[in-house]
Design a protein. Structure first.
Length: 276
């Protein structure tokens, strides 16, 4: 079986050219491309978007819940300024404030919602002109945006050890750190879930031990990545946030939640413990 060629990831300069030409040719495709490249949405997810998913009546929310394959949903980040600008333009040009929140965000000339295949075709049309005379011709696909999104996120600062050390996640204060994880993973396109421990649900378990602390802020966070094509086995990475107390503050050379590096050593509360 021939190996499937991966979708080409355009450079930032190439993407600027693609977007500039597409905006002149078809504004709807231009906005679709922004959702693919700057929010990592799949073709089906773009087609399923309603007006109310990205506009709350007053402004564009920073996070949005989108329907995904299999009837599920996930939260996506809408913080990218280029994406927010494109959505605002679409909102104003289409006068979306006059449409019901359940109306499709994108539609064909007959007013019908796009399905996944229709969105793929919209991408193909958007790539026709930018590809003329270029080596990237026939290499840009509907998956290029998601690959660009994932790659750019992988090359930018994310959840670093120093970032986590700067958060007071001592026992009873874990929520701030867990919320940081939640937002960071959600912005990368993961399907997110979080919950607090219900003592009543687990106290009958054979491994249960008496609880002596308050778990109200001990939030559990799970981010799930679902590939476009499911094959092979799944991998689970499990970690914890550091709840170790600071101890006497007067014994610290610097504030414990202001991590610093000297030589090859990282100092600060939590610097010697697992953070990811």
């Amino acid at each position: 079986m021939a190996k499937q060629r991966q979708a080409y990831i355009p450079t930032s300069l190439e993407l600027e050219g693609i977007l500039a030409i597409t905006r002149e040719d078809n504004l709807q495709r231009w906005v679709m491309l922004h959702l693919s490249y700057y929010a990592g949405l799949r073709s089906k997810e773009i087609g399923l978007l309603d007006v109310g998913d990205v506009f709350d009546g007053k402004e564009i929310p920073k996070m949005a819940k989108v329907e995904t394959k299999g009837g599920g949903s996930r939260r996506i980040s809408l913080v990218n300024e280029k994406l927010r600008s494109a959505l605002t333009t679409w909102y104003e040009v289409q006068n979306l404030s006059a449409k019901p929140t359940t109306a499709p965000l994108f539609s064909n000339p007959q007013g019908a919602r796009f399905n996944a295949n229709s969105v793929v075709k919209q991408f193909a049309k958007a790539y026709l002109k930018p590809n003329e005379g270029r080596k990237v011709e026939n290499r840009l696909t509907s998956h290029s945006g998601r690959r660009y999104f994932a790659t750019k996120l992988g090359n930018t600062p994310g959840i670093t050890t120093k970032q986590m050390m700067a958060l007071d996640s001592t026992r009873g204060n874990e929520r701030a750190a867990q919320d940081h994880y939640y937002e960071a993973l959600a912005s990368r396109g993961y399907t997110m879930d979080r919950w607090s421990i219900d003592i009543d649900d687990i106290q009958s378990h054979p491994g249960f031990s008496p609880v002596k602390v308050n778990y109200d802020n001990a939030i559990n966070v799970v981010g799930t990545h679902s590939p476009d094509q499911e094959q092979g086995r799944s991998l689970i990475l499990n970690g914890h946030v550091d709840v170790v107390p600071t101890g006497p503050l007067d014994m610290w050379a610097r504030p414990p939640f202001e991590p610093w590096v000297e030589g090859d050593w990282l100092y600060g509360r939590g610097g010697a413990d697992q953070e990811l």
